[in-house]
Design a protein around this ligand. Structure first.
Ligand code: SIN
Length: 274
């Protein structure tokens, strides 16, 4: 088979991978190429990959161990009965909500958040809709003024699962502190690591200051200049790096069905302070 291809889909974030069949095992060279592309583009997309769960899990395991979602009972996705690390994201006319409708990076409330997530869609709404937005946190950091970068460097923020996940369940959600400016362990690049979904406050500064600064940062992160919008087709896959990308699912397809399965890869260390 010819070498895999990498086609950037926007100036800041996202690339489509071609010449690859994820139903088959990958070579070490292919895995290294994908790792390099993931750190650089933050999200990789694959088209026409009718994988089963075994191939999905095998693909994820090239990059690390599989991660179990810390959201327990409080999430819109549900664990696969046989493989709790695989989450079924099935939404239809009976759904009260869907996964990921607010800008976030997955489970930043965990002490060691999942390194990456791999979502395979099997049913796409027939009238369109159900796209996912992705944003580069490298670009969001780079666009800050030098004074703001200097102010934020060294600060930490609290990330609380109670902000995002359902109230009133038996699950105890994690609460963790992470650096506001972090460094990607593979690329060494700096990035902004707060998100609207789970970050509640900046630590060690008055709450009024924290609210104002976080409000600005959330708005800044959501600037379309460092976003892209992915339009799913049946058997598309998105593989995003939770260390440098944020994402947001769009629920504009009710009462139609959108269905997929997501597997996550364990992080190996907490976010690294810049
Ligand atoms: C998520 O995993 O946060 C949802 C992504 C999506 O369904 O597009």
């Amino acid at each position: 088979m010819a070498a895999i291809t990498i086609t950037p889909l926007s100036p800041c974030v996202g690339a489509e991978i071609g010449n690859i069949d994820l139903r088959e095992p990958l070579s070490q060279d292919e895995v290294s190429t994908l790792k390099g592309a993931l750190g650089k583009y933050c999200v990789l997309f694959f088209r026409d990959q009718p994988i089963d769960l075994a191939a999905h899990r095998r693909f994820a395991q090239y990059f690390g161990e599989l991660h179990i979602h810390v959201g327990g009972e409080g999430t819109a996705s549900k664990p696969d009965p046989n493989y709790p690390e695989a989450r079924v994201q099935h939404f239809d006319r009976n759904s009260k909500r869907v996964s990921g409708e607010v800008w976030h990076t997955d489970q930043s409330c965990a002490a060691i958040p999942p390194m990456a997530s791999i979502l395979h869609q099997t049913i796409i709404p027939p009238d369109g809709g159900g796209d996912t937005l992705f944003a580069s946190m490298y670009a969001a950091y780079d666009a800050l003024s030098d004074r703001m970068k200097a102010f934020l460097t060294g600060l930490t923020a609290t990330h609380d699962g109670n902000k995002l996940f359902d109230k009133g369940t038996k699950t105890v959600y994690p609460i963790s502190s992470h650096p506001v400016i972090a460094v990607h362990p593979w690329t060494g690049k700096k990035l902004l690591y707060v998100n609207r979904g789970q970050t509640t406050h900046l630590n060690d500064i008055p709450r009024e200051e924290s609210d104002a600064i976080l409000g600005f940062l959330f708005q800044h992160i959501e600037n379309p200049e460092w976003q892209m919008r992915f339009h799913w087709r049946e058997h598309s896959i998105a593989f995003w790096d939770n260390r440098c990308a944020q994402h947001r699912a769009i629920w504009d397809y009710w009462p139609n069905v959108r269905s997929g399965v997501r597997v996550q890869i364990k992080g190996t260390q907490p976010p690294i302070p810049a």
